[in-house]
Design a protein. Structure first.
Length: 154
């Protein structure tokens, strides 16, 4: 049975039990900041690390930026969160993982939405030449203008 060591602060009582369970399933020590980071990403898909840090601080008080980046890196490495980095934007994080979906990004405001893959399995696209690579994933980012920006011309 997994027994976490005593964290410096108690886990966030407002966090969903699924956040703690998700961390424990991957063998990650459960701490208030890690639970808060995971919960912030889960509740705010496509949030940047800075946005996640702001959300975590609003819930827990003082949490270092490095702790947030470390948690995001660990969660990404272990497949709990997905990191995507649209051109010209900071990295964004989401808990929707393992389903081979893509993204559409607004050129004006940077809003991001999920787009399901038509093919369903990875990779959904194959290049005409692989250069002897074994292709296991294709990341597609569609670009356009969101409905809000379409209604508010500059």
């Amino acid at each position: 049975m997994y027994m976490p060591s005593t964290p410096a602060t108690a886990p966030d009582p407002t966090a969903s039990p699924s956040a703690e369970a998700a961390l424990r399933e991957r063998g990650i020590r459960v701490t208030a900041s890690r639970v808060a980071v995971f919960t912030a990403v889960d509740e705010n898909p496509h949030a940047s690390a800075d946005a996640v840090a702001g959300i975590v601080r609003s819930r827990l008080g003082a949490v270092s930026t490095q702790a947030v980046y470390d948690a995001l890196a660990l969660f990404t490495k272990l497949g709990l969160v997905r990191r995507t980095e649209p051109a010209g934007s900071s990295a964004r994080y989401e808990t929707r993982v393992g389903d081979n979906h893509h993204h559409i990004t607004c050129r004006r405001c940077g809003a991001i939405a999920d787009v399901d893959c038509l093919h369903g399995t990875a990779p959904c696209l194959l290049p005409p030449q692989t250069h002897d690579y074994v292709i296991d994933e294709a990341e597609v980012i569609y670009w356009g203008m969101c409905p809000v920006c379409q209604q508010n011309p500059v």
